[in-house]
Design a protein around this ligand. Structure first.
Ligand SMILES: [Zn+2]
Length: 245
């Protein structure tokens, strides 16, 4: 191999290494890219746009209230949430999940949560120009994503063994403000496949939430038991159905 090619490869590897290190540093410490922040209790929200005082405080209060009734206890003394309104920030921080409304990096990548866009005055999520509707409010998304951070604290790298119904269902169970009882949710969902209108009305993962509601409220499972289960979605549905659910 000629010296020129070797040198070019070396430079390419060095440049790639620099980009990777810079991206990892930003996941850990995104603050330089978010000029505005507001804190209430354990939650700090940072944004690339000014945060209105009244709307921002109401949002933090609502999110904290949802987390306080969570069966999974938050252990850290503070949680950080970043709102990436500008498109380039969205593209950068949502690289692993470009269509997501929210994303959480695991503890070994900083354990921070990101939301695509926010209107604090109305309490709505703004995602690529689309405005989220209840029950998927800004406070819902905050509590949903921070529950993923808290789940990560409880299970560490065991996260990859937690079935998706338990992982997502628990975050939805915490995030939904007007939480239905197991019977209400089961009767509402019936045997219908979960279509888009269903998601709009009951949140993003209504079937997963139904399972989580069943295991917590009917079987008396703790949140840690839920995160320790290895039941597949089908096996969990069988348990629920066998119980007359
Ligand atoms: Zn989620």
């Amino acid at each position: 191999m000629s010296r020129l090619i070797k040198r070019a490869l070396l430079w390419a590897c060095a440049a790639l290494g620099c980009v990777t290190i810079s991206l990892a540093a930003l996941m850990f410490w995104p603050d330089p890219l978010f000029a505005y922040s507001l804190q209430a209790g354990k939650i700090i929200v940072a944004s690339d746009r000014p945060i209105p005082a009244v709307g921002g405080e109401r949002f933090l209060h609502d999110c904290e209230s949802l987390l306080e009734r969570s069966p999974l206890k938050a252990e850290r003394h503070e949680y950080r949430l970043y709102v990436t309104n500008a498109r380039w920030r969205q593209r950068l921080f949502f690289l692993p999940h470009p269509d997501g409304w929210g994303i959480v990096y695991p503890p070994y990548f900083g354990g921070n949560a990101f939301l695509t866009g926010a209107d604090f005055n109305t309490g709505r999520v703004v995602h690529w120009g689309y405005i989220g509707t209840p029950p998927r409010t800004l406070a819902y998304l905050c509590a949903h994503e921070l529950t993923h951070v808290i789940e990560g604290e409880h299970v560490g790298i065991g996260r990859f063994l937690v079935p998706q119904w338990a992982w997502e269902g628990l975050a939805d169970y915490v995030g939904i403000e007007h939480r239905e009882t197991f019977e209400q949710l089961r009767d509402a969902l019936g045997d219908r496949p979960v279509d888009t209108p269903m998601r709009v009305k009951y949140g993003s993962y209504p079937r997963y939430r139904l399972l989580v509601t069943y295991f917590i409220e009917k079987k008396g499972w703790t949140a840690d038991q839920l995160l320790a289960t290895r039941l597949t979605t089908d096996a969990a549905i069988q348990v629920m159905n066998a119980d007359g659910g």
